[in-house]
Design a protein around this ligand. Structure first.
Ligand code: GLN
Length: 424
């Protein structure tokens, strides 16, 4: 059996592909030259599995997607207290490039808008031979698990028209938030924005955040849990700028957008998601990216206010019965949401050939989410296509009438032990 998750991602992409609203971020001249039809999506689990679809190998510049990671690096290097002295954590409700400061404290309101991000950039420790942007590139490369590079053309192009960011820089210098040459700081910030990634890179990077700071593949801790919590909190309240409230209610996961068309989202303990589609709306957020996130959040039950902490494992035990040991029983436990369903489907995918019947026992599940039911039966159908007989044991009556429709033959409601007797 093949897990249906990649097909699902493709399906989400095609459902959003027809939307041609929005326009390219032409205030950075080079960004007006990209192919506006590009569309890519990648998703990572907290155990490091990456699924992707569409233009998943196309590189684009991070732009503001670099802000949360740079914020993380600043906290990691100089500590949260020092960072909070220079940049607040309040949503601004303003555009990302607003020339404004927090009225009471005279510092940028948060690190997700340009004034806060230029300030965060200035806080990164550097050496004469290794400038701040290069320090950031190295850190982002460690998160992505490969060497990332700068897009020199996009960088040069933005520098030429960076009047607004320069005025933010001079404002910050005037009030003493920036302590060095504002021009150098703004240039460095723009360079940090020009780091190139693919949606797959971003999925790996967000998996570290979803996994509490540990790189899932290597098991190496790259960020403290407390740093991750700080970054995700600020992404949740400020990541989508003046559309943050709308985003929080409709999608409901910590996220960040960039004007090159990327959006990343992180559901703690569950998944990291990255999309790319270059046309953006008036807030600077990718139009098709927003739709994709809305679909994913709705269909996969990913809204933060809906999700419960995910179980570490879904499988209680797997054993075989029957005279020829050709009946495989999977006893499931815990909660069946997207993450656990993905895990289960992946385990089933590896089921060795040669068995005749697969029994999926739901008795010890405490909850089964809609997405869990859908993915479970999608797996059942695929196993059947592969020639297995499949039986779902629902002795506790977890599945409701609607969910049982058309499934009468595959679902039994008797106790597992009783059901297995006939094979003995
Ligand atoms: N480099 C861009 C700028 O400063 C980043 C903005 C963004 O992605 N929202 O304008």
């Amino acid at each position: 059996m093949k897990t249906p998750v990649p097909d699902y991602l493709k399906h989400v992409l095609s459902a959003c592909a027809a939307n041609d609203k929005g326009k390219l971020a032409d205030y950075i001249p080079e960004l007006a030259n990209v192919n506006p039809d590009r569309l890519g999506l990648a998703l990572s689990t907290v155990d490091g599995t990456i699924y992707s679809a569409g233009d998943d190998k196309v590189e684009f510049t991070m732009q503001s997607l670099s802000k949360p990671f740079t914020y993380a690096l600043a906290i990691k290097e100089i500590g949260l207290i020092k960072v909070l002295e220079k940049v607040g954590v309040e949503p601004s409700g303003e555009a990302f490039n607003q020339i404004s400061l927090d009225k009471e404290r005279n510092i940028p309101k948060n690190p997700m808008i340009n004034s806060g991000a230029i300030t965060t950039h200035s806080l990164i420790p550097y050496k004469k031979t290794v400038p701040r942007a290069e320090q950031i590139r190295r850190f982002l490369s460690a998160l992505a698990g490969r060497e990332l590079s700068f897009d020199e053309q996009v960088y040069q192009s933005e520098i030429k028209t960076a009047f607004r960011n320069m005025s933010i820089g001079y404002m910050l210098r005037t009030v003493g938030v920036l302590e060095d040459d504002p021009k150098e700081m703004v240039n460095g910030y723009i360079k940090q924005c020009a780091i190139k990634v693919t949606v797959k890179d971003l999925a790996v990077m967000t998996s570290v955040l979803a996994n509490g700071g540990i790189q899932p593949k290597t098991g190496k801790r790259l960020l403290d849990r407390s740093v991750v919590r700080q970054v995700l909190s600020v992404m949740l309240s400020c990541g989508m700028y003046d559309a943050a409230g709308d985003w929080l209610t409709t999608v409901g996961i910590p996220a960040k957008s960039g004007v090159a068309g990327g959006i990343i989202g992180v559901l703690p303990g569950q998944v990291g998601i990255a999309v790319f589609s270059p046309k953006i709306d008036e807030h600077g957020n990718s139009v098709r990216g927003l739709r994709i996130f809305e679909n994913l959040a709705r269909d996969m039950g990913l809204h933060l206010m809906e999700g419960t902490p995910s179980a570490q494992t879904i499988l209680q035990s797997r054993y075989t019965v029957g005279k020829k040991n050709n009946v495989v029983v999977y006893e499931l436990r815990g909660v069946l949401q997207f993450t656990e369903s993905e895990m289960l489907l992946r385990i089933l995918q590896d089921e060795p050939a040669g068995k005749s019947t697969i029994v999926l026992d739901l008795t010890n599940l405490s909850l089964i989410h809609d997405v869990g039911v859908r993915m479970l039966f999608e797996g059942v159908d695929r196993l059947k296509q592969d020639g297995y007989k499949v039986v779902v044991v629902d002795s506790e009556g977890l599945l409701d009438k609607e969910q049982l429709k058309g499934r009468k033959r595959e679902v039994v409601t008797e106790e597992l032990e009783k059901f297995l007797e006939k094979f003995k």
